[in-house]
Design a protein around this ligand. Structure first.
Ligand SMILES: NC(=O)C1=CN([C@@H]2O[C@H](COP(=O)(O)OP(=O)(O)OC[C@H]3O[C@@H](n4cnc5c(N)ncnc54)[C@H](O)[C@@H]3O)[C@@H](O)[C@H]2O)[C@@H](O)CC1
Ligand SMILES: Nc1ncnc2c1ncn2[C@@H]1O[C@H](COP(=O)(O)OP(=O)(O)O)[C@@H](O)[C@H]1O
Ligand SMILES: [K+]
Length: 498
């Protein structure tokens, strides 16, 4: 699913109007209907509804929604905020269509008292949509403050008023509990800083031209199950374990062998043919007992990673979970980076080592996957002011390393060297538990070893990993979810993609 800019949305609306063809007001009616369908499935008509409308097309949507809801016997009150915005044609038409209805329409022309919106069970925000071009001021700013001061449920039409779709937001903004957006999500919905404005968001289809969307230029995408499914490799009758590669995981130190166990199990469940785990001596019995399917490569040191004979025979290497950062480990990582020519997954302490020994960044072979969480990412690239800047830094790092950078969190972003960004929709806060990332490292290493191209491995792996989290949360609940559960649900997650 492509994520397009506000400017492109305008062009898309215009194209649909011209080529479907459909009158602009009828397209607005379709948007209103789609919103109302969403709304009526969640709030029955015992709820009183307040709708705060601007005078542009977002306000026009608000008026159309008012009429349709009234048709379903909701008690509706409309406020029209009149500031500097000229009435759009479709706003005018929808205002005309409210004549002879029972809907109460109140006008706001100057800064109101904040009690103005009290009394509705649900308040819809239709002041500004994707046409917002600068921070709201004057009466608009005050109205937004008042909307936020209501104790009711706040639902934004298309986008919370004040939120910029594809630039940092600096001014007042509606803090919606939910946002119902038209056709495609906006880029800013996928950033952590927008969550307090957007709330839970849903996309409703309003039939904008799909061919035109496909042809629009764009670097931002939301992964969808059907796209990921296409990339999953199918097994064939005469395949053998050699077909599925030999992965090496370098993970675990004294007191952190669990990280090695989790990533090993995940690599095996991801379908790798053979798995070798390089562990310090302290980890031998733990690994052999916990993961009998894995072979071991045993370090000369009792407690942490100091050297690896050769990695030549492996088709992919994953390194980092529970590794520690001792000087000998730093040297060993350097040697591995210098000598290993196949794709690698770099996670956790191997990323921290790269951050502290920046000269090693130049040794990272092309086609690697780095999987930092935001703190690890900051250690490598420095801090950022806005999530847009953070994304820019992610693109720069992926280009610099000629690899893929996965920035983990809600809507993990996967960025390749060409700067294209794929946001992952699966996963949930239940996965915010120690070891979840180690499982991802195992999955990604297993996929790379099986011959998945770097970007495909990242997309399939991150999507699958989030899906295991969603399946696990469905059964165990988010509070009790632990990283081992993710591995237990990997078979079912795979089946869903089969
Ligand atoms: N045919 C269409 O174009 C459709 C449009 N739709 C709705 O139309 C919305 C976009 O409508 P508009 O482009 O009219 O824009 P808005 O309704 O978002 O804003 C109205 C106008 O306010 C002005 N403005 C921007 N920032 C301002 C500020 N800070 N202070 C004062 N004025 C400011 C701009 O000139 C803008 O055009 C979408 O979000 C969606 O809700 C939907 O009805 C679907 C169909
Ligand atoms: N709120 C959330 N929504 C979706 N996914 C999440 C959320 N919190 C964490 N995750 C996922 O869980 C994993 C956590 O990884 P990480 O922070 O490295 O954990 P650890 O170091 O404990 O293994 C990441 O893949 C991340 O995307
Ligand atoms: K809005």
């Amino acid at each position: 699913m492509k994520i397009i800019t506000a400017q492109q949305t305008k062009a898309l609306d215009a194209h649909t109007i011209a080529h479907e063809p459909i009158a602009s007001i009828d397209l607005m009616e379709r948007a209103c209907r789609a919103f109302v369908t969403w709304f009526t499935q969640r709030f029955d008509n015992s709820h009183t509804v307040g709708i705060v409308c601007g005078t542009g097309n977002n306000g026009g949507d608000g008026l159309g929604i008012a009429r349709l809801l009234q048709g379903w016997n909701y008690a509706v009150t409309v406020w029209i905020v009149r500031g500097s915005v000229a009435e759009s044609n479709d706003f005018k038409t929808n205002l005309e269509r409210l004549k002879n209805t029972r809907i109460k329409i109140l006008e706001i022309t100057e800064a109101p008292e904040c009690s103005v919106f009290a009394g509705s069970d649900v308040l819809l925000d239709a002041v500004f949509g994707s046409g917002l071009s600068r921070p709201p001021e004057g009466v608009y700013e005050r109205v937004i403050t008042c909307i936020n001061a209501t104790a009711t449920r706040r639902i934004a039409v298309d986008i919370p008023s004040g939120l910029m779709a594809d630039q940092p937001t600096t001014g007042a903004c509606v803090e919606a509990h939910a946002t119902v957006t038209f056709q495609l999500p906006k880029l800013s919905f996928l950033f952590p800083s927008s969550h307090r404005f957007v709330g839970d968001w849903a996309v409703v289809d309003i039939g904008l031209n799909k061919n035109f969307i496909r042809e629009l230029p764009g670097d931002h995408f939301l992964l969808q199950q059907k796209d990921v499914r296409k990339q999953v490799k199918k097994r064939s009758t005469f395949d053998h374990k050699g077909t599925y590669g030999h992965a090496l995981l370098v993970a675990g130190a004294r007191g952190k062998m669990g990280a090695a166990v989790l990533s090993s199990r995940a690599a095996l469940r991801s379908g790798v043919g053979l798995l070798t785990v390089h562990v310090p001596q302290t980890g031998v019995d733990i690994l052999q007992t916990a993961v009998p399917e894995a072979m071991l490569s045993i370090d000369a040191h009792s407690d942490f990673y100091t050297a690896l004979e050769t990695a030549d025979r492996f088709t992919a290497v994953g390194i980092g979970p529970g590794l520690g950062k001792s000087p000998e480990t730093v040297k060993a990582l350097k040697k591995l980076l210098e000598n290993f020519q196949h794709p690698m997954v770099l996670d956790a302490d191997s990323l921290n080592i790269l951050a502290e020994n920046r000269e090693l960044l130049h040794l990272v072979p092309p086609g690697c996957i780095l999987t930092p969480h935001p703190k690890e990412f900051e250690r490598i690239v420095g801090s950022w002011q806005t999530d847009f800047e953070r994304l820019q830094k992610q693109k720069q790092l992926a280009a610099q390393l000629n690899g893929v950078v996965v920035l983990k969190g809600a809507y993990s972003s996967i960025v390749g060297p060409d700067g294209k960004v794929y946001f992952n929709p699966t996963g949930n806060p239940g996965m915010a538990t120690g070891g979840s990332g180690d499982v991802l490292t195992g999955i990604l290493t297993g996929l790379l070893a099986q011959g998945y191209a770097t970007l495909a491995a990242a997309q399939v792996g991150v999507y699958l990993h989030g899906l295991t989290g969603d399946l696990a949360a469905g059964e165990k609940g988010m509070n009790s979810l632990i990283a081992s559960d993710l591995i237990d649900f990997l078979p079912e997650a795979y089946r869903r993609l089969g």
